[in-house]
Design a protein around this ligand. Structure first.
Ligand code: ATP
Ligand code: MG
Length: 283
């Protein structure tokens, strides 16, 4: 049995549970208990505040955790990042009131900065040789300049909308973050097999995201042109059709290239193009 700590509610909860479910690990997320059990995998789930996850993994109360990289950086917990998970993307940035004529980092010299990430900020300022006052506040950091609590803020930004609506402007990105799977350096050998099995499933799910399975019919004399348009995992699968002079091609395409590829394929004579969702990809 292994234990995985995930956020009990908040921005990472839904995606964490979805990753488990897509990995065939059924968790009952409706009861909001502190501890839950997967019905079909030897896994216990700890539902925690995200701030507590790095420490709990470091201490050994959980074997694995899913948490924002920003929380690892702030806690300084001695854990290893096993995988980046591709969701919960954000950055921690310095922002100043929009009317400030910002000359560069020297602006912060002698000024005060409100943040919930004092350790990350302290480290950054000392690396940059800036001496500023750090005002730690737990929430609503973005209102600090208007409220006269600090001259600037150091906070999480994703779209930037919150900054704009509070009359602030992002001036320095200090840390890029996303949700990560964390563990300990020296997992107990008995548990490593289960951890590897979870990783195998997570990787298969992650690998399928952002990709589509595409199949179509194409005149055989256009096959080479079509192959050039279709980068695939190894190379596209080609099968003859019963109709002479035609074949069928199957391939995997990134979502970002999908429409461009489909248009180009149509132009060279592809017909009956089918685009399907991919469930899992195992390399
Ligand atoms: P908890 O109650 O678990 O302590 P919280 O309020 O500290 O929750 P959330 O706001 O749920 O945290 O955010 C969890 C994580 O989501 C952040 O630590 C960060 O990694 C990520 N995240 C992504 N985008 C944003 C955003 N726009 N604002 C805040 N966090 C974000
Ligand atoms: Mg928190």
């Amino acid at each position: 049995m292994i234990r995985l700590a995930i956020q009990s509610k908040g921005r990472l909860n839904e995606e964490s549970v979805k990753l488990l479910k897509d990995s065939g690990i059924d968790v009952d997320d409706t009861k909001r208990k502190f501890i839950g059990k997967a019905s079909d995998f030897p896994l216990e789930l700890l539902y925690l505040r995200d701030d507590d996850i790095p420490g709990v993994v470091c201490d050994g109360a959980a074997d694995l955790g899913i948490v924002g990289f920003n929380e690892i950086a702030e806690s300084g917990a001695d854990v290893v990042v096993i995988r980046k998970l591709g969701f919960g993307k954000c950055r921690i940035s310095l922002a100043v009131p929009k009317e400030v004529d910002y000359p560069g980092l020297s602006w912060f010299q002698g000024r005060s900065i409100a943040t919930s990430y004092p350790s990350v900020l302290k480290k950054f300022l000392s690396e940059q040789g800036i001496s500023a006052q750090i005002r730690e506040i737990k929430g609503s950091v973005e209102i600090a300049p208007t409220a006269g609590i600090a001259d600037a803020i150091f906070d999480i930004v994703s779209s930037g909308g919150t900054l704009v609506s509070n009359g602030l402007r992002e001036v320095e990105v200090v840390l890029e973050s996303e949700a990560v799977l964390i563990g300990r350096k020296d997992a107990e050998s008995g548990k490593q097999k289960l951890i590897d099995s979870i990783l195998f499933r997570f990787d298969a799910v992650r690998e399928s995201r952002g990709k589509k399975y595409i199949l179509m019919n194409i005149p055989s004399d256009k096959l080479e042109d079509a192959m050039r348009l279709l980068p695939s995992m190894r190379s596209p699968t080609v099968m003859p059709l019963a109709l002479d002079g035609w074949c069928s091609i199957h391939s995997v395409v990134d979502d970002s290239d999908l429409w461009h590829t489909v248009e180009s394929l149509k132009q060279i004579g592809a017909e009956g193009i089918l685009i399907l969702n991919l469930d899992k990809v195992i390399d």
